[in-house]
Ligand binder design. Structure first.
Ligand SMILES: *Cc1c(COP(=O)(O)O)cnc(C)c1O
Length: 358
């Protein structure tokens, strides 16, 4: 008999969320971001469900791009970190990939390669995040080199925002820098992740790049919940109670005895731990559903199990259904309690957890 833990992926919710992104995007085209195994939701599964609704897919790994081609998808595929060595270039051409160029070595590799086709490229501009991209000063030289190169097809200019989800900072400074850097060119532009897509219409440009919102979590949970943005959870992580204990005042729970009962209470043990992807640092009080009723986890999360307070749920016992996050319990709330973000919860879903589509 398998452990009762499982993840379900609601493909109708994924398609709904893509439609929400489409509503925000208006006439801009959409790269559905499916990097990191579609944020833990299954690469080919997610891409297949979105194939007739999106304009392209964005990811990082060659393997992921090749898997999509082998699954029969003909969409444009954007490699968000570009290629890493000149040996990658024949594959970029063969699989018709669109690499992001963000440093000079990549430009040199591309314009000295012998390729059978012209490669469409994205040129990334660093407008203040200081992660990837050319400085605005370097852009004219880079574009001059690319425009005359026989290896290069269409050129799109892009940037990425550091604070699109933040009330105080937002995108203003970076948007001004980007507009200054690209003012002399007529190339298409791409700027927005999910947070910028839902918050800043003025930045939409020609192509937007939503990721997290497709999976039904809020890109800016401090400002709007997923429900307020009409987003539906795609991944639900569920398990069951596998043991129950009655505790007395002073009894402790789990490794380190971090939780101490202050009176008689019932505690349930859930078959889910950090080796399944549940965050080990989630503290006592992190929300969880048992029999559909909201309660809290107790004590330290262990590798294969965690403990929950069953005191408010008299009918709960061994075999009671448990929801760790997803339908009925937003991942954003679990993430906030654990001091992290929904992205990390989704990406951490462990291989040992069976996944079913609904
Ligand atoms: C991951 C990523 C996105 C998507 O970001 P979300 O916050 O998940 O919408 C967009 N653009 C780039 C460059 C990315 O790396």
């Amino acid at each position: 008999m398998p452990r009762p833990i499982r993840a379900t992926i609601d493909l109708a919710a994924l398609r709904h969320n893509q439609a929400v992104a489409r509503r925000h995007a208006g006439s801009a085209r959409i790269w559905s971001v499916i990097k990191a195994n579609a944020y833990g939701h299954g690469l080919v599964r997610a891409a297949g469900a979105l194939a007739d609704l999106t304009d392209g897919f964005a990811m990082l790994d060659f393997d992921e791009a090749v898997a999509l081609r082998e699954a029969g998808l003909h969409h444009p595929l954007l490699l968000l970190e570009g290629f890493f060595q000149s040996e990658d270039l024949p594959l970029v051409a063969e699989y018709r990939l669109t690499p992001v160029l963000h440093h000079l070595e990549q430009v040199e590799m591309l314009i000295s390669a012998a390729l059978p086709v012209r490669v469409p490229v994205y040129v990334k501009v660093n407008t203040g995040m200081n992660r990837l991209g050319f400085s605005p000063d370097a852009l004219p030289t880079v574009l001059a080199a690319l425009k005359t190169a026989r290896q290069v097809g269409s050129i799109t200019l892009m940037t990425h925002f550091a604070d699109a989800d933040s009330e105080e900072r937002g995108i203003t400074e970076q948007l001004v820098r980007f507009r200054g850097a690209v003012a002399d060119y007529r190339h298409p532009v791409s700027l927005c992740n999910s947070a910028a897509l839902v918050r800043f219409r003025e930045a939409h440009g020609d192509w937007v790049r939503p990721g997290i919102m497709l999976y039904g979590a809020s890109p800016c949970p401090q400002l709007y919940s997923a429900a307020e943005l009409d987003l539906r959870p795609v991944m639900t992580l569920a398990s069951e109670i596998i043991a129950v204990h009655d505790l007395q005042r002073g009894d402790r729970v789990g490794y380190g005895g971090l939780f101490t009962a202050d009176g008689p209470m019932r505690v349930g043990v859930v078959a889910c731990g950090y080796a399944d992807g549940y965050p080990r640092h989630a503290p006592t009080g992190t929300p969880i559903l048992v029999e559909g009723v909201r309660t809290r986890i107790l004590g330290r999360v262990s590798m294969d199990m965690l403990c929950v307070d069953l005191t408010p749920i008299a009918r709960a016992g061994v075999g009671s259904p448990v929801t760790l996050w997803g339908s009925g319990l937003p991942a954003d709330e679990v993430a906030a309690a654990a001091g992290t973000i929904s992205y990390e919860l989704f990406c951490a879903l462990a291989r040992r957890v069976p996944v079913a589509e609904v």
